[in-house]
Design a protein around this ligand. Structure first.
Ligand SMILES: Cc1cc2nc3c(=O)[nH]c(=O)nc-3n(C[C@H](O)[C@H](O)[C@H](O)COP(=O)(O)O)c2cc1C
Length: 210
């Protein structure tokens, strides 16, 4: 069993990395594999070419960044953690680029992310944590994922690199998310034969254009 995390920070070894290490400790202690992808700042936005959706390729036509590796890893994974710093009250721009392409290639059409376990975390200096956390949850919510939570909202405070360690409560919230996610991937794995997930039927797409 495996959980992958996407770190949306362009900063190497920043607060988001440290928060994800707290998640890693719990996930690995529970015997579940954990891998972090950090695509950095050089990530292309979605071209809206719809090639991924029209062909069902499960890949993006843009191949010179890390996004196709992330797409493939998320399709394979049992759980996905979305983690981003707060930038001007929302997720970082490069994280948005990754999520737009991941969700179109893997989540729309024949949804490959359906019933995967999901969790969200953000890091921030002061404000915008709730909005960013909700934005990350909303991404997974629209992909029919099984969202797992901690015992408080996933927002860990710190501005300079390493300051998040001083947010003891935030780090504990992140660790508990890791424990709960590891538990849930095991629960779903143990139940898959006796209690298979319900069929995910395609919905009627209406574009509000008449
Ligand atoms: C462009 C930019 C915008 C930011 N906007 C916010 C913000 O709106 N609210 C906030 O509390 N912190 C904001 N921050 C601070 C970061 O969220 C904070 O330093 C976070 O810990 C960075 O995580 P990292 O070390 O993983 O990169 C911003 C930082 C940058 C570089």
């Amino acid at each position: 069993m495996k959980i992958v995390a996407i770190n949306g920070s362009p900063r190497k070894n920043g607060n988001t990395s440290l928060v994800l290490e707290a998640v890693r400790r719990e996930v690995e202690a529970a015997g579940v594999e954990f891998q972090v992808f950090q695509p950095g700042a050089r990530v292309h936005p979605c071209l809206a070419c719809y090639h991924c959706l029209n062909t069902g390729s499960l890949r993006c036509v843009q191949t010179d960044d890390m996004v196709n590796d992330i797409i493939a890893a998320c399709i394979e994974a049992d759980g996905i953690v979305l983690a981003s710093p707060v930038y001007h009250g929302g997720i970082a721009g490069n994280m948005k680029c990754v999520l737009d392409r991941l969700m179109l290639a893997a989540g729309c059409g024949q949804n490959q992310l359906c019933h995967k376990v999901g969790g969200a975390l953000c890091t921030l200096r002061r404000s915008g944590g709730m909005e960013t956390y909700q934005q990350l949850l909303g991404t997974m919510d629209a992909m029919e994922m099984v969202i797992v939570t901690s015992d408080y909202w996933g927002a860990v405070h710190g501005a300079e690199i390493g300051e998040c360690r001083q947010d003891t409560e935030g780090m504990e919230v992140a660790a508990k998310l890791g424990r709960n996610m590891a538990w849930m991937v095991k629960v779903l794995d143990a139940a898959k034969n006796q209690l298979p997930p319900p069929e995910s039927l395609p919905r009627t797409m209406t574009n509000f254009v008449r």
